[in-house]
Design a protein around this ligand. Sequence first.
Ligand code: ASP
Length: 265
Amino acid sequence: MNCLYNFFFVPCTDIFNKNSDIMRLLLLSNSTNEGEEYLSWPQKEIQSFLGNYPISAVFIPYAAVTLSFDEYEAKVEACFSKMGYHIKSIHNTWDPVLEIETADAIVIGGGNTWQLVRLLHDQGLMDPIREKIQSGAPYIGWSAGVNVACPTLRTTNDMPIVDPLGFETLGLIPFQINPHYLDVHPEGFGGETREMRIQEFIETNPDVYVLGLREATLLRREGNSLQLIGSRTARLFKKEETIKELSSNDDLSFLLDYTPEIPYY
Ligand code: ASP
């Protein structure tokens, strides 16, 4: 990557737009809806995205903190196998880079985004995963797996429990997503609302779009087209622009065309 990181990050058009016409992403705000089984709500969309093939995907469990990577692998495999697919967790492989290069698809699960980014850097997997997705391999991510599809991790809701060794992430889209976007402001709660936190982000990053992705919604990218799926709207923020509520009837592809020119600080 020919970009400058650390104190400021200059998003490069060639990163975001590299092979953009063949990129395939399924970005889920959350894995589970209250009272439902793990990964059950997006099952139909995952099947429509991966198709009727015996896909064997590499799974990245690094966001798990209170769950072991083995437990996480078993939990996700139980869901994927019901759909006719398989996952193999990267932590159980001898040559992680080779596994990425030869995988049918890449899946990154939720948890703590800071730890996920740290381990992706530690294992040297950020570039191989990006290159794999840019070569057309399908990518599925939920929650923290959505955060890392963005240019940086800076619109996560997670606590910085470890040093991520840099904020930059996979940059599979040129805008930021805030997963699990919440509208509620509990009575008596004196902290910032989610909207206030995002307002702070766009104040300091005026050229960057941030999409608040509510529970049980997802984004599907097929090349240069981007669609919101789910019955809730998504909330779009950008400095100097009126906040917009976008629905599944809207074409969100314009978000893929827009590359921020003002550097991230
Ligand atoms: N902790 C979330 C998840 O992966 C990510 C976030 O809220 O930013 O479930």
